[in-house]
Unconditional design. Structure first.
Length: 363
């Protein structure tokens, strides 16, 4: 599943929400983690290759960095490519050759310059000295800014997280510790810290949204929905918690209400590709296949190659409609975008079966 954490994009895929959608024709498998939504400052010149390095910049609190930071890509053949990050902190460098790169982030005088390595693998050996070209890869690199320190080790004055400005310090401290636990992969500890922060400050909408996200990661959609509903009572116009709430309802199999919430998100932001994706999944559950197809196509139109999952679901839909060529084409697109997808061999077998059906149907 995609979950949106701290008003930012944090994505995770769960097989529970998609199980048995196309059981008669295609096995739904858990997706590899990808990152989507947001256009990103993009450089398409590249170095003559087929690969992509992309990422997102976050403030130390975990919130999307909206500084329009300068992002430079250094490498042997890059010649110094650079872009300005988009308003949500996203960036992307396309058409890159394999090799070692360094991403350099310059986010102004209040933050340290960040240098993050990124590596694109080259050809792969299949034995006896035979090497094959790897499929196009998308390398995702999250960047976390660090505040510059004063001579005595303190943070420079005047640099604060506006989202936490009204939050009592003890609650804010617990929230920041929770973000550290999340980055360390300790979801249960993060939940404990977030609950503590909320107990100190019940109106802590940011922490409530984050708590809902962590409950979703733990496979507890009932608790997630409760936390996210509380968030919306405090911030009824907030789009991100409502999207997360729709996802939680989908996990709970409350499809009618999930559809309502996701459509409400799209009323406020039709450009939310992930909302279109999950509305499509919801519509599959209620067997509204034609509308589901439109939602997946809309998601692809908005997000391009970033939402590979939409191609996967389109493959299942077209298989159901016995449009075998279109189904195979969509699944092949999915594998091109997700070359390390789980159960990749099963998906390839599905494509092979579809191509056989396509040949039979045309004879």
């Amino acid at each position: 599943m995609f979950f949106f954490s701290g008003w930012q994009t944090v994505q995770r895929i769960s097989s529970r929400a998609v199980c048995a959608l196309f059981a008669a024709s295609i096995l739904i498998v858990p997706f590899a983690v990808t990152y989507a939504q947001g256009g990103g400052g993009t450089d398409s010149m590249g170095t003559g290759g087929r690969h992509t390095i992309q990422g997102r910049i976050f403030f130390p609190s975990g919130r999307n960095a909206d500084l329009r930071a300068k992002v430079k890509l250094e490498g042997i053949n890059t010649g110094g490519l650079y872009v300005l990050a988009d308003p949500d902190g996203g960036f992307r460098f396309r058409n890159l050759e394999p090799g070692s790169y360094t991403i350099v982030i310059e986010a102004g005088e209040d933050y340290e310059t960040v240098r993050e390595p990124a590596y694109i693998d080259g050809n792969s050996s299949i034995g006896r000295g035979i090497r094959v070209q790897t499929p196009p890869q998308i390398i995702y690199v999250p960047i976390y800014l660090q505040l510059k320190r004063t001579g005595r080790g303190g943070v420079k004055p005047g640099v604060i997280n506006a989202a936490l400005a009204a939050v009592p310090k003890p609650a804010a401290d617990l929230y920041n510790k929770a973000l550290e636990s999340i980055q360390a992969g300790d979801t249960k500890k993060a939940v404990e810290l977030l609950r503590g922060a909320i107990s100190l400050y019940p109106e802590f909408a940011l922490a409530l949204n984050e708590l809902g996200v962590q409950y979703l990661k733990l496979g507890q959609p009932e608790r997630a929905a409760e936390a996210l509903q509380s968030t919306l009572k405090i911030k009824p116009d907030a789009v991100v918690p409502r999207l997360n709430y729709g996802i939680a309802l989908l996990e709970k199999k409350e499809f009618a209400e999930a559809e309502t919430q996701l459509r409400e998100v799209l009323k406020k932001n039709d450009g939310a590709a992930t909302a279109h994706l999950y509305l499509g999944i919801t519509l599959i559950h209620v067997r509204n296949y034609d509308e589901a197809e439109k939602e997946f196509l809309r998601a692809v139109t908005i997000a391009g190659n970033e939402l590979s999952q939409a191609h996967y679901f389109l493959g299942g839909l077209y298989w159901r409609k016995q449009e075998y060529k279109r189904a195979a084409d969509e699944l092949e697109t999915y594998l091109k975008l997700q070359p390390k997808a789980p159960n990749i061999e099963r998906t390839r077998a599905s494509i092979k079966e579809l191509r056989a059906k396509q040949t039979t149907s045309t004879n």
